[in-house]
Ligand binder design. Structure first.
Ligand SMILES: [Zn+2]
Length: 229
């Protein structure tokens, strides 16, 4: 059996998973930027992960996770989100503090402790940012649309990435836009104009830049039962 993955190897897999899911270029340059490390460091980690069969690195085509690599990345994301929930629900940290703190120790948790935490937390469906906690052995997390992708009449629940700038978090807070909050789109102005949202009984206008930053889980439309007379 190969050595367990290091913290930086797992963070690299998580980052690659996010980059490819967001449709971004998973080149080592983008990866180094996302991880906040030197390009040479990212390249060396990518090489080690390729040797373990967790990703393919092809010249000019960038880095692509293999199925095994995706499974490890999704398991790491699952753990991260469970640890975030622990920090927020049991230790009382604010949702926007949980991401950074979780990363500082999640890698050292034994698998067994992760499972017990999950049960002790009553099997949560999402992290404090509003992103889903995937079931074990899942290899793909369904992508969530941006708030800006919604149309008038749509109702959805908000998710805010942990990497969000604190100033943006403070601004969103003034609008009542926090993870888990439900919004209804009232209007969408044409030509990339702003959205008008109903948030907690108030109409709020949100520009495209902000709306592209927030993710949403759309409410399923009610299936109307039409019984024949
Ligand atoms: Zn989170």
């Amino acid at each position: 059996m190969a050595n367990p993955l290091t913290k930086s190897e797992r963070e690299t897999l998580k980052s690659l998973y996010r980059l490819s899911r967001d449709g971004g270029d998973a080149h080592t340059g983008a990866l180094a930027e996302a991880l906040g490390v030197a390009p040479g460091t990212a390249t060396a980690t990518v090489k080690r992960l390729a040797e373990r069969g967790l990703l393919d690195h092809r010249l000019y085509r960038g880095v692509e996770l293999t199925t095994a690599g995706r499974a490890v990345a999704v398991a790491a994301i699952r753990r991260h989100r469970i640890v975030e929930r622990f920090l927020a629900d049991m230790l009382g940290y604010a949702w926007n503090e949980a991401d950074r703190l979780a990363t500082s120790f999640e890698h050292d948790l034994p698998q067994e402790v992760e499972e017990r935490l999950y049960v002790a937390l009553d099997r949560p469906q999402s992290c404090p940012h509003g992103f889903p906690i995937p079931a074990p052995e899942v290899v793909d997390i369904p992508a969530m649309p941006h708030l800006y992708a919604l149309e008038p009449g749509d109702v959805a629940t908000v998710a805010v990435p942990g990497s969000t700038d604190p100033e943006m978090v403070a601004f969103l807070d003034t609008l009542g836009l926090r993870p888990g909050v439900r919004v209804e789109v009232r209007e969408k102005h044409p030509f990339d104009g702003p959205l008008v949202l109903r948030v907690d009984g108030h109409d709020r206008t949100v520009g495209e830049k902000v709306a592209q930053h927030i993710y949403v889980k759309k409410d399923l439309e009610m299936i109307k039962e039409t019984k024949p007379a």
